[in-house]
Design a protein around this ligand. Structure first.
Ligand SMILES: NC(=O)c1ccc[n+]([C@@H]2O[C@H](COP(=O)([O-])OP(=O)(O)OC[C@H]3O[C@@H](n4cnc5c(N)ncnc54)[C@H](O)[C@@H]3O)[C@@H](O)[C@H]2O)c1
Length: 341
């Protein structure tokens, strides 16, 4: 397959993880990296053979041989960088979400610019590429559980994030539950019409100082009449807890946690299992690698991407409604009609 020349903008926690994956792929040539704090990673990047590094992403966008850019910067920069990338005629892979404010008009402006500039854009909803969740999705698609009626998602982080990181990437709903809003819609094969949410700070009360929560319970209603139940926590003492279930008229599909070992130890007192993998980059290692492989191959072949800006707009709508629901204590309607750009 053609070797695609790419640039990366944002080399923090997520960016460096993706760069390490890219360096192992022979379908990608990583030409340049830009980060406002490039000095933190410059030596490592040069050692890895990436010679062009910039503080200002506009310089990366001006590199003519770069065909596509990966955007892994702080969330509040995504829309501006996507716009600049589209105008520079680069294809785009952007981490979720597109926006930290959920102002849909701004996300639609990005979609419009992508269209006008004749480039393509994918979103990093990596969980769609997890092979277990993908298998569930495919079986739902084939009707193997009949009509999906209830989607159940448990999504719990192993520990609190720093307040500074939350302010860069968004609070629980915009950073973390965003994945679950997308996963629920993806599994249900239907759009959300209503959200009821309740949230609290059961772990770190100081989160209220930055307008965030650490514990969340949600009920979503869908256009097909089905429901999703989602629960989130920022601290599961046993690891990164990621489970998905789809219940339908013909049965149930369920993906349990993934651990390092499948050995079960039975004694007279208890059965011992290994803990779930500890954190997102371990649990979704395969999915993160696959989303990069898929982006590049779908770019070359013209096939659809696993997740698009439309998918993130639909998830952002639900996020905004969930925030309003917590504030009002009431269920909040969500427009299920997809925008046309
Ligand atoms: N899909 C996932 O599972 C997943 C996991 C982690 C993070 N993320 C997303 O990735 C994004 C980054 O998160 P993170 O945890 O790596 O944050 P981070 O703060 O560790 O990294 C962000 C990087 O972007 C750089 N940056 C900020 N503004 C910039 C600009 N204007 N130009 C160039 N560089 C800029 C920062 O210097 C930093 O190095 C967030 O949107 C987050 O939601 C997604």
């Amino acid at each position: 397959m053609k070797n695609v020349k790419v640039g990366v903008i944002g080399a923090g926690r997520a960016g460096m993880m993706h760069i390490e994956n890219m360096l192992t792929l022979n379908t990608i040539e990583l030409v340049a990296v830009a980060d406002v704090l490039i000095e933190n990673v410059q030596e490592k990047l040069h050692e890895a053979g990436i010679e062009q590094t910039f503080k200002d992403y506009h310089e990366l966008l001006a590199v003519p041989q770069i065909e596509a850019v990966f955007i892994f910067t702080s969330t509040d920069t995504h829309e501006a960088i996507c716009l600049a990338a589209a105008q520079a005629k680069k294809h785009i892979f952007c981490e979720k979400p597109l926006s930290m404010t959920g102002q849909e008009a701004d996300s639609l402006t990005v979609m419009q610019s992508v269209k006008e500039n004749g480039v393509r854009m994918a979103i990093g909803f990596n969980r769609r590429l997890d092979h277990q969740f993908r298998t569930i999705w495919e079986k739902v698609e084939k009707g193997e559980v009949g009509e999906p009626q209830i989607v159940k998602i448990t999504s719990r982080d192993p520990d609190l994030l720093s307040h500074a990181l939350i302010q860069r990437i968004g609070g629980l709903i915009f950073d973390f539950t965003m994945h679950d809003f997308d996963m629920a819609r993806y599994m249900m094969h239907s759009n959300v019409t209503e959200v009821f949410a309740n949230g609290a700070t059961l772990i770190d009360p100081t989160l209220s100082e930055i307008n965030d929560i650490d514990t969340l319970a949600l009920v979503l209603k869908f256009e097909n009449g089905g429901f999703a139940l989602i629960d989130n926590s920022r601290r599961a003492v046993y690891g990164y807890d990621q489970r998905v279930e789809v219940f339908g008229s013909k049965g149930m599909l369920k993906a349990e946690n993934v651990s390092n070992s499948t050995v079960e130890h039975y004694t007279s007192k208890a059965t011992l299992l290994d803990k779930p993998l500890p954190i997102f980059n371990d649990r979704y290692q395969q999915a993160y690698r696959q989303e990069i492989i898929d982006f590049v191959s779908n770019l070359v072949t013209g096939q659809p991407f696993a997740a698009t800006p439309l998918d993130v707009v639909m998830a952002q709508r639900v996020a905004m409604a969930a925030i309003a629901s917590i504030q009002t204590g009431k269920a909040v309607p969500v427009d299920p009609k997809e925008p046309i750009v």
